[in-house]
Design a protein around this ligand. Structure first.
Ligand code: X8Z
Ligand code: ZN
Length: 666
């Protein structure tokens, strides 16, 4: 959620948004029937918050159940139910916020004041009070997310067998080095969001109206208000942090461009920018799939670090084992079943491996219900939202119910998905750690903290750790091996940072009106050029709606959280390495199996959103500010290597001037 809390709660956990990501709204004075009591007249602020906590927890399972269904079984009926459940929730939220006004200016405990503030920031999707508009908003939000989840590109509209969804198109970018095949996959996926454009325009009007009713200038300002500092300060913080890492990114960009130019002579860059379809990833946010093009040293020199290949081999072995138990005359239907059983078994095995890391820190095992209710692989018989998410269905249960936590993914045997499992379990362990808190405090210290938990563990997945779980072979220490290991991490983490920033630069502009619907796509590509140094190879005019091809836009999940997470996770990692007594360079540290580190981590998680994040950060790291110096410390050897590699190259890029407006309107 957005900021800390509610959203998270809901969103992450639930669903409005998905994953630890999502949103909700606000609205009317009167709750829909059955959602809540009218406010007792003589209620104190403490009693009010206790009542909201109870009502929230009581209504939560119905909301999350509807959202889970609509994300794992996309049909009109499930969408209707999800939109309705959301409507009910947002109506209640608006009513609570309205009721909270009575206490403005009154003395109250800091906890209660904090809870009221969290309530106001409770959604990334502030809804207008007008019930008609509120209902319209929930329908649009549900529809956009459904369009994303069921998005399908048919390269030949006459031939159903030519139709592919996101996962298959992503595989092309990940594995196929044909320039044309990648371009087709990239353009194909970016065709699915064209019909979202009108919905998005209306969506922006509605959430802005909701935000204004709550006293914010627009929805973007509301998003920026959830960080225990002013919205202006938060924006400045993101600029400052980006300034710290930008020189490193520019070196990585320069190196990648040179390698691409060698791989695709004459078309490896577009006037110095990286071609959007050649980066191994639909959004150019993670370049890890380009390992075959970008690895500094070959396996002879540096040893193997090919986690995807190892995971694929494991899966094949699982499949062969299952097939060997079948009759030689197995028919096609049965074979499909066996393949799916092997995929499921493999996905669970990957997840168990991730769970083991957390357990090795002294954290609990995942509840049995996690294994029963999670979606591990893409179902065959229906559309789902494959974008990974972690869910807290019931805020820890209680009243005889156990915690119901789940993840929803379409796991494939590759490194990216393997890492994403660790990421998602970070959300799940955060839920489990703060489930003891009152519902309004069940959220991250801020939303960037929620995103950083699993990623902190990813940083501890060193080559030595990967070897210990049998995914890579012997690692002989050498300069070359170090550079390769650092590059592998940089392609995931450093490449991500400008992307983590640009998405909300776009949305902040859309919400504040500086980007208008006539400029949606132009502004998008201008920001892609400015921050990432990425460009499409053919014009992307306003007939397209390229932002809608990234989950978090139709899903309305704020994105600054991921940028902040990519800074924080290095701070957390360093602190946990210290707690584990690590000596030596930061990048060599893994705290796997270290109970002292685990205890410190868990202590932070159990604080949830109950205090300002600065305090929580201080308890873990000793400092109260976000700071990218740990990123630079970690990547120091790589940065030096890149500097040498790039010597004599002219690095950097120019942002192309905006295309001239079409003539013709006088
Ligand atoms: O959306 C996610 C997670 C769920 S919160 C899978 N991430 C961002 C993305 O995929 O765009 C994780 C990293 C960035
Ligand atoms: Zn996440």
């Amino acid at each position: 959620m957005n900021h800390r809390h509610l959203i998270l709660v809901l969103a992450i956990g639930a669903g409005l948004a998905l994953s630890a990501c999502k949103r909700e709204p606000t609205p009317a004075e009167t709750a829909a029937p059955g959602t809540q009591q009218a406010a007792p007249q003589d209620e104190t602020a403490d009693e009010f918050i206790a009542r909201v906590n109870a009502e929230l927890k009581a209504m939560y399972p119905e909301l999350t159940a509807a959202q889970w269904l609509s994300s794992t079984y996309i049909i009109d009926d499930s969408q209707l139910l999800a939109a309705k459940a959301n409507e009910k929730f947002l109506t209640s939220l608006n009513a609570w916020i309205e009721q909270a006004r009575r206490f403005e200016g009154q003395e109250m405990s800091p906890e209660t004041a904090r809870a009221i503030n969290l309530l106001k920031l409770g959604t990334a999707m502030p809804a207008p009070r007008d019930p008609q508009k509120l209902a319209e908003l929930t329908r649009i939000a549900t529809r956009m997310e459904g369009m994303y989840g069921s998005g399908t590109y048919c390269s030949n509209p006459e031939d159903p067998s030519s139709c592919r969804q996101l996962g298959a198109l992503e595989d092309v970018l990940a594995k196929d080095r044909s320039y044309e095949a990648q371009l087709d996959a990239w353009q194909g996926w970016h065709s699915i969001s064209r019909p979202m454009r009108q919905d998005y325009v209306r969506f922006v009007e509605l959430v802005n109206e909701g935000a204004r009713e709550l006293g914010y200038a627009d929805a973007g300002e509301m998003w920026r208000s959830g960080y225990d500092m002013s919205p202006v300060e938060l924006a400045a913080e993101t600029d400052r942090l980006w300034g710290q890492v930008k020189p490193l990114y520019e070196q990585l960009h320069c190196y990648a461009r040179a390698r691409l130019e060698a791989q695709y002579p004459g078309r490896g860059s577009v006037d110095g920018l990286l071609p959007a379809h050649l980066m191994g990833n639909m959004w150019q946010q993670d370049w890890g799939n380009l390992w075959d093009v970008l690895a500094p040293y070959g396996e002879q020199q540096a040893g193997a670090l090919d986690v995807s290949a190892a995971l694929e081999r494991r899966y094949q072995a699982e499949l062969n084992a299952q097939l060997s138990r079948e009759s030689a005359l197995i028919d096609i239907e049965r074979r499909v079943e066996v393949v799916r059983a092997a995929q499921l078994e493999n996905a669970k095995r990957m997840t168990r491996q991730a769970e083991e890391f957390y357990v090795s820190l002294g954290m609990p095992k995942l509840p049995e219900s996690y294994w029963e209710k999670t979606q591990f692989i893409k179902p065959r018989d229906r559309d789902v939202v494959c974008h990974a998410s972690a869910w807290d269905m019931n805020m820890g249960g209680g009243d005889g119910k156990s915690p119901d936590v789940r993840t929803k993914m379409c796991i494939k045997p590759n490194e990216e998905d393997f890492f994403t499992i660790y990421h998602e379990l970070g959300h799940v362990y955060y839920y489990l750690a703060y489930n003891h808190l009152p519902p309004l405090f069940q959220g991250g210290a801020h939303d960037g903290f929620h995103e950083a938990i699993g990623d902190t563990i990813e940083l501890a997945m060193t080559p030595a750790y990967l070897k210990s779980i049998g995914l890579v072979g012997d690692q002989r220490p050498s300069r070359e091996a170090l550079v390769n290991a650092q590059m592998r991490m940089a392609l995931a983490k450093v490449a991500f940072m400008p992307f983590g920033l640009m998405i909300d630069r776009w949305r902040w502009g859309v919400f504040d009106g500086s980007i208008t619907p006539e400029n949606y796509n132009a502004a998008w590509w201008e920001l892609k050029a400015k921050y990432q140094g990425v460009a499409p190879v053919a014009p992307r005019g306003e007939e397209f709606f390229d932002p809608g091809a990234k989950y978090h836009v139709p899903g309305n999940t704020p994105y600054t959280r991921y940028f902040l997470s990519h800074v924080l996770q290095f701070q957390f990692y360093k602190a946990l390495c210290d707690a584990a007594g690590h000596q030596g360079p930061l990048y060599e540290c893994t705290f796997a199996g270290n109970k002292a580190a685990g205890e410190k981590f868990w202590a932070m998680l159990s604080k949830g959103a109950s205090q300002p994040w600065q305090q929580t950060l201080k308890e873990l790291t000793g400092g109260e500010t976000m700071d990218a110096s740990a990123v630079l410390e970690y990547f120091a050897p790589l940065q030096e290597w890149l500097r040498q590699q790039n010597e004599g190259r002219s690095c950097g890029w120019q942002v192309p001037a905006p295309a001239p407006a079409p003539a013709g309107n006088g």
